[in-house]
Design a protein around this ligand. Structure first.
Ligand SMILES: Cc1cc2nc3c(=O)[nH]c(=O)nc-3n(C[C@H](O)[C@H](O)[C@H](O)COP(=O)(O)OP(=O)(O)OC[C@H]3O[C@@H](n4cnc5c(N)ncnc54)[C@H](O)[C@@H]3O)c2cc1C
Length: 540
């Protein structure tokens, strides 16, 4: 394509209709910007609607005795295992109360405590009850519902079934729009001096994940191709407990929220032995990486030889169906009654702690390109996300990114595309999704070693071919390919175990060599390579 077949213009184009994208779009609209939002699926189809546990926030006058923003910051830094950016952590956590208040003003209804104020639960790694929730365990569904309703009331145009393919850039490399495939696969252009990626995570890199089908790392790939850098991509959080539905489960698996353990459920093996006893002082409420790795180890040496699941005994929770209606329904569908029997569970890919390097205002290193939500790496999560910090990040950084775009527009520092945009659909390496997911699950999940990571590289070499990205499937497969390559490059280099990166050949944490993030960029032939963090991010 040299001339686009269709074209639209805006001040800001937002990719994604999850918590980050819609929050940003609503704020941009309030600030008087012409905003266009696109999603490759239906409005509610991202990770956001599946969030269960809630939003971690210390609300003024409504918190546990002794709890504070400082305590929330501390817990986040501990979970992040030395790789968080403390200033970013503080800025995002401090922004939480205002962000939650704004979300409630937009119509989101959180569960109330019987004593007044909002009900709060506790999740792994949190030292206090500070996670506010909605619909029991349906927080994400309520957040998504409220934001979509506000967007339609606020006349924010949302283009569904439109796939962002590539950034359009000026000869100087500034982003000035997006190349998009519409619902019929017809290429077109959205011209805008600012593009915000809020395209979510990459759980579909693995065979079993809590993430829905759209989580294929498209924004990460697009940003890398546009010249941005990514960091901490080796840190993929595996949720310790998704519902085990049988050997070889594929695609999105229902989550059993950590809040179930927060309310007293415990992990046991087939013989009833406690999995977390003696592993960590917080036992079943230890940080996620600790619990997921302990379950993986326990399964490898389980009473049945090599087990592929353990159990979560929630029979002591008296009102399970009322408190956790989503989990309860998923269990019943799988033939398990949590009130009477332990729930079979296993770890699965859940959250991308790393992503496109951006500041807490969403700015990346590329003029005109912004990122917020799970696609971004702000430094909040470090080597391991603290539970329920990601909806919070989407709310806070989504708002700040819209404000940054408005400020950058006012300062006239953004570029506009020339009147006649010509753009070609890109060609990129594309691996077969099935083999990619298989080798990533086998060799690059929890417990990696040099040999296994090299196998992933060889399989990708063999199954990759250059393709023109002219369908949604090819855009996604190309994104998964570049994300897998970035991840294995960083994971192979990091010869230590830290956070959710567990190396079986380097089991210790190495503070001398590795208390630093790794940065990835594309080389001129489009391959992810490690870059110098000092040059790219200004960090040692
Ligand atoms: C089962 C589950 C439970 C969770 N529980 C919690 C919790 O309790 N608390 C918490 O804080 N976090 C939780 N999380 C994490 C949290 O939900 C996500 O990190 C967060 O919702 C991500 O929001 P987002 O706006 O960045 O992206 P998403 O909500 O994932 O939205 C991404 C959007 O981008 C669109 N998109 C992607 N690629 C393209 C493309 N190429 N072109 C056009 N559109 C595209 C998608 O269609 C979608 O609209 C959970 C996640 C899961 C999966």
């Amino acid at each position: 394509m040299s001339n686009p077949l269709w074209e639209a213009r805006a001040d800001l184009v937002v990719v994604g209709t999850g918590v980050a994208g819609l929050t940003a779009a609503l704020r941009a609209r309030e600030l008087g910007l012409r905003v266009l939002v696109l999603t490759k699926a239906s409005g509610e189809d991202g990770n956001t609607r599946w969030a269960q546990g809630g939003v971690a926030v210390v609300l003024p006058g409504e918190h546990d005795e002794g709890d504070s923003v400082d305590a929330h910051v501390r817990d986040t830094l501990v979970a992040g295992a030395g790789l968080c950016d403390e200033a970013a952590v503080r800025a995002i956590i401090e922004g939480g109360p205002a962000a939650v208040a704004r979300l409630r003003e937009r119509g989101a209804v959180f569960d109330a405590a019987p004593t007044g104020g909002l009900a709060r639960t506790r999740e792994g790694g949190h030292s206090a009850f500070r996670v506010v929730h909605a619909g029991g365990d349906a927080t994400g569904a309520e957040v998504e519902r409220a934001l979509l309703a506000a967007a339609s009331d606020g006349r924010v145009p949302v283009l569904e079934q439109h796939v962002a393919v590539d950034a359009i850039r000026t000869p100087l490399g500034q982003v000035c729009g997006l190349l998009v495939l519409d619902g019929n696969g017809v290429p077109g252009v959205l011209s805008a001096p600012a593009v915000l990626l809020a395209s979510g995570g990459l759980g579909q890199l693995y065979q079993a994940t809590s993430n829905p089908e759209v989580a294929t790392g498209d924004g990460l790939a697009l940003a890398l191709r546009a010249g941005a850098v990514a960091a901490d991509v080796e840190f993929v959080q595996f949720h310790p407990t998704v519902l085990y539905t049988g050997r070889g489960a594929r695609g999105r698996c229902p989550l059993v929220t950590e809040a179930v353990r927060g309310e007293g459920a415990v992990l046991v093996d087939a013989l009833g032995a406690r999995v977390m006893r003696g592993v960590h002082p917080q036992e079943d409420l230890a940080p996620r990486d600790v619990v997921a790795a302990a379950i993986t180890r326990h399964m490898a040496a389980g009473p049945g030889g090599v087990d592929d699941h353990v159990f979560l005994d929630a029979t002591g929770i008296s009102d399970f169906a009322r408190r956790f209606p989503t989990v309860h329904a998923a269990c019943l569908q799988a033939g398990v009654d949590p009130a009477r029997e332990p729930i079979p569970v296993a770890p699965a890919a859940h959250f991308a702690c790393g992503g496109v390097v951006s500041d807490v205002d969403g700015r990346t290193g590329v003029t005109g390109l912004y990122a917020a939500g799970e696609v971004a790496r702000t430094g909040l999560h470090g080597a391991n996300r603290l539970a329920s910090n990601s909806l919070l990040e989407g709310l806070v950084v989504g708002t700040r990114a819209a404000e940054a775009v408005a400020a950058d527009l006012a300062l006239n520092v953004l570029a506009r595309c020339s009147a006649a945009v010509t753009a070609e659909l890109p060609t990129a390496p594309v691996a077969a999704r099935d083999s990619l997911q298989r080798v990533m699950s086998r060799y690059a999940a929890i417990g990696r070693d040099a040999e296994g990571l090299a196998v992933v590289g060889s399989v990708l070499d063999l199954s990759t071919a250059d393709r023109v990205l002219d369908t949604r499937e090819l855009v996604e497969d190309a994104a998964l390919t570049v994300a897998a390559r970035a991840l294995i490059a960083a994971a192979a280099e990091r010869e230590e175990s830290r956070g959710c990166h567990v190396r079986t050949d380097f089991t210790e944490r190495d503070e001398v060599r590795w208390q630093r993030s790794q940065v990835v960029r594309l080389n001129p032939s489009g391959q992810p390579v490690l870059a110098d963090p000092v040059v790219e991010m200004g960090v040692a």
